[in-house]
Design a protein around this ligand. Structure first.
Ligand code: MN
Length: 705
């Protein structure tokens, strides 16, 4: 964290810098190009790091770590933390956190160097020359953008840059999380307002990222540190509960012993541990119970076994020999959570009624549960050290669906405020759903819980979703606002190009940043570089012909039936807008579709003259009765609404529903759902509406509102 880099006793920062430069000159060659006489033993300062690293990676190359340390130490020399400690203690502590989680050597190398480019004279080019492209990428990824250049947007733009870098190498985020953990551990030296601000960003962004990347160890410690800063009173209460609990005999000890006995008798090799919950988790238990946490809230039993199958064997024994709470059973092995976490969860009571929550997992699952993506190592190489191919990259488990989505929408976010708000909203959602396509050639979509058909449309079709007019969910017509459930099958209905667009109320029904940002851009008249159609000329009699929505099948208006062309798509002609119970005829057109006209339409007469055979058309009986939705596009002016409603009333139309969208670029859109006594009055009504001054288009709305 660069803001912390300082020099002692108010010494001018540039003096510290000068000492840095001297240090770099002195040590530069050795650090950058490798010492002429290699040190036979590691500098004492990185002995802890090396020990932790060897525990996870016995054959690791310590030489590169040693070089990274020497460069970082020389570069930061003369800089101090607010606490008074030499600055190098910070990158060392961050690297130790990662080494203990089992990070591989490249991550640790970059972690030692993570603040050099931001805070010292070291450049990214030097880092690349000495340590290679991967280390350069990682250091670049966590290097902050400068306030002088980005001003107030620096923090959010830094996060955007870091997430993009994370997209190509998730190790960037591992380093950032460890960096933030050490800064949170040492937050006490900051002013209270600054502590609170950093704690809130940690809560809103970094903790959800740690959760999504499965780095449980960092997540729980960050939660407790944030808890202490933002809720000191509740934090003190939780500590007091814990103290009181520790002073009493713990019934869980007896349950654990009984479980060990049962598993031993069943011949299952297992390790049974008591895992205390962290303070924030106790706080959650208190909120859930509305009072003092119960004895089973303080810890859980963790049962570690060797093989996946053993997990189910353990479960069988537990559910046979104790009283299970079936509602507490969850199988995160068969259905892993989105963050790679796998375990069986259950709760049992022993004969005397002591309840224990139990987690069952293999040692491998345990490592992933604790360290998440950090345990997965280098995303560019397989476990055997072979480079990952293009194909393999797509299957990269460290690049989960939420990250791909995030990388997609962030490119559309027009400014840092939009990005920052959308990021926090997205991270506040903690569950994903999968929806399937009707078409076999389209894959399933991963969406956050609460997503609607609109969100699915933008996830599936990008900007083309502007033309979305409806959806079919599990085979039935559904509104665009319909909230999707896990496992739904969705088909999205799009209007022909350019004939339909978002309305302002779409923002009330889209929750994903991808959809919201695209809709906002469209409403603001910035449809991705497409020029906005200029406001039409208003000279009466010279109103430009605009593409009107192609009428489509909706729940309100079932399509006409053409028995002579079974299976052919049926379109209602735009020239005469036939509605039931109009007498209508159809013509086969290019591509096999049938266009339906009123039988007195001049266009239809022309087609008959041209020798096109008319096909008989019938309306489904359910559609008798004329309810219709019309949309008027106009330039805003006083009295417009009054004049339009008068035109409606004079044609006997009852207004069932009216919507006026807020003007943009002086244009307004009125949408009316009407009941007409007789469908034959519709063309006359639409003409009357078009004659209202300012109105430049009236069309049948393409979808039910
Ligand atoms: Mn740092």
């Amino acid at each position: 964290m660069s803001a912390e880099a300082t020099t002692p006793g108010g010494m001018a920062r540039d003096r510290g810098h000068r000492r840095n430069v001297l240090g770099l000159r002195r040590l530069g060659r050795a650090a950058v190009f490798g010492p002429a006489d290699r040190p036979h033993r590691l500098p004492d300062a990185i002995e802890h790091v090396a020990q932790a690293h060897r525990r996870h990676h016995p054959g690791a190359d310590m030489d590169i770590l040693c070089r990274a340390y020497l460069l970082a130490e020389a570069a930061h020399r003369g800089q101090y933390r607010k606490s008074g400690d030499p600055y190098i203690t910070h990158p060392l502590a961050v690297t130790l956190i990662l080494a203990e989680l089992g990070a591989e050597t490249t991550t640790l190398t970059a972690s030692l160097l993570h603040d050099t480019v931001e805070d010292t004279d070291v450049t990214l080019e030097q880092v690349r020359d000495a340590f290679g492209d991967e280390v350069r990428h990682l250091v670049d990824g966590v290097t902050k953008l400068e306030k002088v250049e980005y001003g107030a947007a620096a923090e959010s733009e830094t996060f955007r840059k870091m997430l993009v870098a994370t997209g190509s190498d998730v190790r960037v985020m591992s380093i950032k999380l460890a960096d933030r953990l050490h800064n949170m551990r040492t937050l006490g030296v900051m002013r209270p307002e600054k502590q609170a601000r950093i704690a809130r960003v940690t809560r809103d962004v970094l903790i959800p990222l740690a959760e999504r990347l499965g780095v449980q160890t960092l997540k729980t410690e960050l939660e407790d540190l944030v808890f202490a800063v933002l809720h000191p009173e509740e934090h003190a209460l939780a500590r007091e509960s814990l103290r009181a609990h520790a002073a009493r005999p713990d019934p869980l000890v007896g349950v654990a012993e009984a479980v060990r006995l049962v598993l031993r008798e069943a011949g299952i090799a297992a390790e049974v541990q008591i895992r205390p919950r962290h303070l924030f988790s106790l706080h959650r238990a208190r909120l859930k119970r509305g009072g003092e946490p119960g004895p089973s809230d303080f810890a859980r039993l963790l049962i570690l076994v060797a093989e996946d199958a053993d997990c189910y064997a353990v479960l069988g024994e537990l559910h046979t020999c104790f009283t299970p709470f079936v509602t507490e059973f969850k199988d995160f092995i068969a259905a892993p959570k989105f963050n790679l976490y796998q375990s069986l969860h259950t709760a049992v009571a022993d004969a005397s009624g002591h309840v224990a929550e139990v987690l069952v997992r293999t040692s491998r699952m345990h490592r992933v549960a604790e360290a998440g993506v950090v345990a997965l190592g280098d995303p560019h190489r397989t476990a055997d050290g072979e480079p990952v191919t293009e194909d393999g990259e797509r299957a990269d488990p460290t690049r989960p669906g939420w990250l791909s989505r995030l990388l997609e929408w962030q490119r559309q976010a027009p400014d840092s405020d939009t990005f920052w708000t959308a990021l926090r909203d997205e991270l506040a959602r903690d569950r994903e759903i999968t929806v399937f396509a009707e078409a076999a050639d389209q894959g399933p979509l991963q969406l956050p819980a609460g997503a609607t058909c609109l969100d699915a449309a933008y996830a599936r079709h990008g900007q083309d979703a502007h033309a979305c007019i409806g959806a079919r969910v599990n085979g039935r017509l559904a509104r665009l606002r319909t909230v999707l459930a896990d496992g739904d099958t969705v088909r999205l209905l799009l209007a022909p190009d350019g004939s339909s667009g978002p309305s302002a109320d779409w923002l009330d029904h889209a929750i994903t940043p991808a959809a919201r940002i695209a809709i906002q851009r469209w409403l603001a008249g910035r449809p991705d570089g497409d020029p906005v159609p200029p406001p039409p000329a208003t000279t009466p009699g010279h109103q430009p012909a605009r593409a009107r929505p192609e009428p489509v099948e909706t729940a309100e208006e079932p399509a006409a039936e053409v028995p002579g062309a079974p299976g052919a798509p049926v379109r209602l002609a735009r020239c005469c807008t036939p509605v039931p119970p109009d007498r209508a005829i159809g013509f086969q057109v290019r591509g096999g579709a049938v266009t339906v006209h009123r039988d007195d339409c001049p266009g239809a007469a022309r087609m008959i003259r041209d020798g096109r055979p008319p096909l008989p058309v019938t309306w489904p009986s359910a559609s008798i009765g004329c309810r219709v939705t019309l949309r008027a596009e106009a330039l805003g002016r006083p009295e417009l609404f009054a004049d339009l409603t008068e035109a409606l009333a004079s044609h006997g139309a009852a207004v069932l529903q009216a919507e006026v969208e807020p003007p943009r670029q002086q244009r307004v859109r009125h949408t009316y759902t009407l009941r007409l006594p007789d469908a034959s009055g519709l063309p006359g009504l639409m003409r009357a509406m078009r004659r209202v001054p300012g109105v430049y288009d009236v069309s049948r709305a393409a979808h039910a509102r």
